[in-house]
Ligand binder design. Structure first.
Ligand code: NAD
Length: 244
């Protein structure tokens, strides 16, 4: 049996699947990841990207932060890939209980996924740091320089920067979903950003599957490792909706 068929069989036999993903889920939507050869970390900037997307940099170099953020972290025209679409389908079919993502692009929801746990926040939510007023993405992309609220406060994207902590309720929901799953599919992530990557250790179920273009530190624990493009893999292993 080939690996795609093996994954299709695992999906068929499971009824509590959780998907845990990262930037590789959105590369087929045209959003570069961080660690691939053509990813953000391979490009040259005045400061390393890890430093730019940190809380300290945001605080002391706010204008440069927003210049980088608009150019490299926000993709308003990106559309869901075959991977996002297949995962939304699997949730509609009642088999997938949660998508846990490290991504901030909102593409799972755009594809129709409902139970999406965004560990690192979303570019689509933005808040005034002074009065707390909520703003959409255009409050950041539609202006130049540092975006400001009517009250004068800086509008900050609701994304988790380095040195910032993750939302406790989202951590609880993610750990809960993983610990109850019978199948965990991990995809498009180098599993190198913590604490997010550590959450997979709460999995106690039967089938651990990894779909990633390159090796990950969890490969040795998995029942099935597929080194391929996640959109192609999921599109061919998730069943199509039944037409009634
Ligand atoms: P990463 O860049 O560290 O790793 C991405 C992994 O995906 C790599 O191992 C790569 O081999 C694999 N990959 C790339 N394209 C693939 C494809 N088509 N099919 C299968 N595998 C593919 O990403 P990460 O582990 O998510 O960690 C990076 C951090 O950066 C995360 O915290 C995330 O929030 C953030 N980030 C988000 C976005 C986004 O929202 N789309 C984009 C870049 C980075």
């Amino acid at each position: 049996m080939d690996k795609i068929q093996q994954l299709a069989e695992i999906i068929k036999a499971s009824d509590n699947i959780v998907f845990f993903g990262g930037a590789g889920v959105s590369t087929e939507s045209g959003i570069p990841d961080f660690r691939s050869a053509d990813g953000l970390y391979s490009q040259k900037y005045a400061y390393p990207p890890e430093q730019i997307v940190s809380h300290t940099f945001f605080k002391y170099h706010t204008e440069e932060f927003f210049a980088f953020y608009r150019e490299k972290m926000v993709y308003p025209k990106a559309k869901p890939s075959a991977a996002h679409i297949a995962l939304a389908r699997l949730e509609r079919q009642g088999k997938l209980k949660a998508v846990i993502t490290q991504n901030i692009d909102g593409l799972h929801q755009a594809a129709g996924s409902v139970n999406v746990l965004e560990l690192h926040g979303s570019v689509h939510r933005n808040f005034c740091m002074k009065c707390g007023k909520a703003f959409g993405l255009e409050s950041i992309t539609g202006v130049a320089g540092v975006p400001r609220c009517d009250c004068g406060g800086i509008i900050k994207p609701d994304v988790v920067l380095y040195e910032e902590s993750l939302d406790g309720d989202i951590i609880d929901a993610a750990v809960n979903a993983i610990s109850q799953a019978d199948t965990l599919i991990i995809g498009g992530t180098s599993l190198s950003v913590y604490p997010a990557a550590g959450f997979i250790n709460f999995f106690r179920g039967r089938h651990l599957v990894i779909i990633n273009a390159s090796p990950t530190p969890a490969d040795g624990k998995a029942e099935l490792v597929i080194n391929g493009k996640i959109g192609e893999v999921l599109a061919s292993s998730v069943p199509l909706d039944q037409v009634s």
